[in-house]
Design a protein around this ligand. Sequence first.
Ligand code: NAP
Length: 437
Amino acid sequence: MRHIAVIGSGPAGYYTAEAAQKQFGDDVRVDIIDRLPVPFGLIRSGVAPDHQSIKHVSRRYEATALTENVRFVGNIAIGEAVSVPELLDLYDAVVLATGAPRDQPLDIPGADLPGVTGSAAFVGWYNGHPDHADLDPPLDGPGAVVIGNGNVALDVARVLSKTPAEFAGSDIVGHALDSLDHAAIRTITLLGRRGPHQIHMTPKELGELGDLQRAVAAVDIADFPPAGEDAALETGLRKSVAHLRNYAARAGELDAADKPIRIVFDFFAMPVRIEGDGKVERVVVERTKLDAQGAAIGTGETYAIPASLVVSCIGYRTPPIAGVPYDEMLGRFANVEGRVLPGLYAVGWARRGPTGTIGTNRPDGFAIVEKIAADTRGGSGKAGRAGLDALLAARGADPVTFRDWQKIEAAEVAAARDGSPREKFTQVGDMLDARTS
Ligand code: NAP
């Protein structure tokens, strides 16, 4: 028997468990440990609430979770209830699947002003993550600036611009829906420090901006290289650029569409400081151009964009864990193809950084299990889950099982607003109470 502990119950964690089942059959026990009482990590609190089709992948994880040899152990914080060295004593392999839930810091003056927030907090707020549910972002001004040209920036701009009716069928939390309903935002400026050919936005997500009820995408054709140069782009990027060109071509038509919100793509625009008297009032931006390597360099020309909300969507970092080798520059655990230390592995964003789609984590999970198979033998005599249970009991910890989660979920579904699949609990205490309701 092999005993595996996976830290983190997001996509990378569950794909690792699924791969372990396939590799070892009944000869493995996997414990998926999470600091929250609810599973699925990024699926629950990162994927946009209006992208329910992506969130449905959690049903696949549920099938894995409900098998005998995989167990969810929620409400257990590593470094508090149990440490990584203790897990290494108890299990043949410990897999870090903790994702990258911290924002890449926005390192410019004024980034600490009230009204400036990272996407981890903003996305966590509208998804009801207990760490961020109290964010209360200022939506009362006419201008918002979203920094970054990736899919997260697109998610944030789209969520800021949607009507309550457009959230029908989503699982956006009630507090965010109410705030967005009363928002005064009229201009959402997406700042890209490089150009249309350097975006990280995927075609499906970019295309959604063309169908919004009360918002239009404003794109300036002057920012584009000659159309013939699109042919050299990779297929997905070429499709995304085609959407942008289409928005630029439809400028007059869209102006006449009488939609009150504009999502302005401001390319070659690098934020250099954020200003305001006690709170954000404007973002000062420097016009850029590309150098020979394709990097953005400032031209010295600056201008200011009025804003009462700034959301920085410039990537994420994995929080370090004491005693685990960490790569400061890359913001993730130091590893060689997923191997961190003997018996200790990293997978998903904690291994490779915040790139790729949810599905990218599946081959990642399978690859790490192959390494575990090569490195470990069954019958090591480690205590596994019985040892963890004894340790947690001795420490008075209160682990949450997958069956408990199903009760929490049933309570969330019962509390759903009209047209919503669920109302999420945003406080850990409410989640724990729901186990007994
Ligand atoms: P991302 O794709 O890496 O994009 C980050 C953006 O921030 C880039 O445009 C980057 O510009 C810019 N940036 C970085 N540092 C900056 C700075 N100091 N100042 C100004 N701009 C800066 O990251 P993400 O949007 O956070 O997405 C993370 C991953 O999740 C991606 O793989 C993404 O596709 C995925 N995701 C997928 C979906 C979906 O499929 N629906 C939704 C959300 C997220 P440069 O290019 O110049 O560095």
